[in-house]
Ligand binder design. Structure first.
Ligand SMILES: Cc1cc2nc3c(=O)[nH]c(=O)nc-3n(C[C@H](O)[C@H](O)[C@H](O)COP(=O)(O)O)c2cc1C
Length: 210
């Protein structure tokens, strides 16, 4: 069975993103795939890097985040909230990032999660195999586009910093992203269609993994 970790960022539980997260968790669980969710807004995840998060400094004179992250990994002093996310990442076979496209990227709370959790010495860096062997799915909603295929091409280009930088460094293997366009104006029938399509896609990915 595929272990699935959903990292979810939307401030409104009744949003389309919220519906996608709930559907994913329910459908995967029903099919026997263990699921864990980090609901970043609900958790009030701290997205801001602060030197105070590193009480045992590698260099007390100058705060270099990557050096401090490496030191925290070496001596086991990562903050508990970061350690908890590391544990979920290493537990998972598939990591799903569920978010609305905001300014061509992920909401700031998720970017801050990446800054803190994708840490040097644990998730990437010299001698680290990172999250190798695991897959990643971006599940993203955006404004409406006249053509879905063209829209998907545009969004992949806009999200290349996520696909080719963040995910590549962690060695997560990116799958073809799943996009929803204009969820706010969808008819009830189209909304159900999108959700069905998403459920089928996820179950098929999870089924292939294990
Ligand atoms: C701050 C902000 C920035 C946005 N930036 C973009 C954008 O760059 N591209 C885009 O297609 N839509 C953009 N949108 C629209 C959202 O992506 C869209 O409303 C959302 O995906 C709808 O999903 P939801 O109903 O779950 O919120 C933005 C919305 C907000 C609030």
């Amino acid at each position: 069975m595929a272990k699935v970790f959903i990292v979810y960022a939307h401030p409104e539980p009744h949003s389309f993103n919220g519906a996608m997260k709930d559907l994913a968790a329910a459908a995967l669980t029903r099919s026997g795939h263990p699921v864990r969710v980090s609901d970043l807004y609900a958790m009030k995840f701290e997205p801001v890097v602060d030197p105070a998060q590193f009480p045992q400094r590698a260099d007390p004179a100058h705060f270099w985040l990557q050096d401090e992250q490496r030191q925290a990994a070496a001596i086991g002093t990562h903050a508990p909230d970061v350690r908890a996310e590391h544990e979920k990442l290493f537990w998972a076979d598939l990591v799903v990032f569920q978010f609305p496209l905001w300014w061509g990227s992920m909401p700031a709370i998720m970017k801050g999660w990446v800054d803190r959790v994708f840490s040097a010495g644990t998730i990437y860096g010299r001698g680290s195999t990172g999250l190798e062997g695991r897959k990643a799915l971006l599940s993203v909603t955006a404004s409406d586009r006249p053509d879905r295929d063209e829209g998907a091409r545009q969004l992949k280009a806009e999200l290349s910093h996520v696909l080719n930088n963040m995910l590549a460094l962690t060695r997560l293997e990116p799958l073809e992203p799943f996009f929803v366009f204009g969820p706010r104006t969808l008819s009830q029938a189209d909304r159900s269609l999108y959700l069905r399509e998403y459920q089928d896609r996820l179950l098929s990915i999870a089924g292939e993994i294990g």
